[in-house]
Design a binder for this molecule. Structure first.
Ligand code: FAD
Ligand code: NAP
Length: 311
């Protein structure tokens, strides 16, 4: 049975994937985009985007990504709601296998698989995942209305989560392992205002020791504070926001990754991986900038690199 050979298969539906789709569609390459398990990517988990140029009304991450999706679809991108489970990339015609068993054949692949939330790696954290431990305040914050919660981390994501949770919870403990923050200054200013109001308490120089519960739900968080020892905080929810790791394990035997698992690019063109015809865009290949707009920008570059390669 003959099977279509696509010009380009895009893996991932974050800002990088959808932007690559818009550009390759406008170049008449009839892109196929596999959305993956998280349709719209990481941004869909955040209540407000304040730094997407032009979107000065601060849309929710979900709304922004819905608009990107509509744009890609309006240009006749073929969206497949499935997950890639295997790839074969080291020949001219590449193969992309989906969870439903379908195998797509394609001349080029754009990998835009982004990143997945990291966890602390504690046994107790794992035991209470989905029962008080979460990595997404937008998704799960609702269950902790008027309750006490902790957010772990000192980056922008932790601050955004804490600001959102402070608007619905009784109190938010922001637990960070040192004193300095990576978060943007505008977010630090907002948190400081919430500290003044008593909605947020900073727990600094604190390592999470254990998440305790009754076997069913979380009851407290035990943290080890430098110079003062263990502190037990009674609460009902723990939101882990300590960054994301690139979702690249699928590709590790076929393209070069760096020691942290990010895809190595810029071999000949900005998004060119170590494999001819395979390009990578967004957070899966970027451990420095990791922004929606830089991901979208590299999605555009990947699309242009595909066009150039096919010529
Ligand atoms: P992602 O958005 O991570 O999308 C990856 C896509 O790949 C997903 O659709 C996933 O389903 C898919 N995928 C993964 N594995 C597979 C597979 N095996 N098969 C098929 N598909 C797969 N940045 C900003 O600029 N401004 C902000 O305000 C901002 N707020 C943020 C708030 C939070 C809580 C977080 C976590 C991040 C925030 N960021 C923000 C960062 C921004 O979300 C990321 O930089 C951006 O989403 C990365 O885009 P991406 O397209 O590379 O990947
Ligand atoms: P990040 O900037 O890498 O911050 C991760 C935080 O978690 C750091 O404070 C880190 O501590 C801490 N951490 C890491 N591992 C830990 C561990 N094992 N135990 C305890 N703490 C740990 O990640 P992010 O906050 O997810 O942000 C990722 C990217 O998205 C960034 O580029 C950010 O700018 C962007 N983003 C932007 C916005 C926005 O509104 N503009 C919002 C969210 C995210 P140390 O500081 O000590 O290393």
């Amino acid at each position: 049975m003959s099977q279509d050979i696509h010009n380009v298969v895009i893996i991932g539906s974050g800002p990088a994937g959808y932007t690559a789709a818009v550009y390759t569609a406008r170049a008449n390459l009839n892109p196929v985009l596999i959305t993956g398990p998280e349709i719209g990517g990481q941004l869909t988990t955040t209540p407000e985007i304040g730094n997407w140029p032009g979107a000065f009304d601060n849309p929710s991450g979900f709304d922004l990504m819905e608009n990107l999706k509509k744009h890609a679809e309006a240009l006749n991108t073929k969206l497949i709601h499935d997950k890639v489970v295997a790839v074969s990339l080291n020949q001219d015609i590449k193969e992309v296998t989906l969870a439903n068993g379908d195998v797509l054949k394609t001349k080029t692949v754009i990998i835009a698989t982004g990143a997945q939330a990291k966890y602390l790696g504690l046994e107790s954290e794992n035991a209470y995942k989905g029962r008080g431990v979460s990595s997404c305040a937008t998704c799960d914050g609702f269950f902790f209305r008027k309750k006490d919660v902790a957010v772990i981390g000192g980056g922008s994501a932790a601050f955004v989560e804490a600001i959102f949770l402070a608007s619905i919870c009784n109190k938010v403990y922001l637990v960070h392992r040192r004193e300095g923050f990576r978060a943007e200054q505008v977010l630090i200013d907002k948190i400081n205002a919430l500290v003044e109001e008593g909605k947020v308490e900073l727990v600094l120089n604190a390592q999470v020791d254990e998440i305790k519960g009754d076997g069913n739900v979380v009851k407290s968080l035990s943290v080890n504070i430098k110079d003062s020892g263990i502190r037990e905080i009674e609460l009902q929810g723990v939101f882990v926001a300590i960054g994301h790791a690139p979702a690249t394990s699928l590709f590790k035997d076929q393209i070069k990754l760096d020691s942290d698992g990010y895809i190595e690019v810029n071999n000949k063109r900005a998004t060119q991986t170590s494999q001819e015809g395979v390009f990578a865009a967004g957070d899966c290949a970027d451990k420095v900038y990791r922004q929606a707009i830089t991901s979208a920008g590299s999605g555009c570059q990947a699309a242009l690199d595909v066009e150039h390669y096919l010529m």
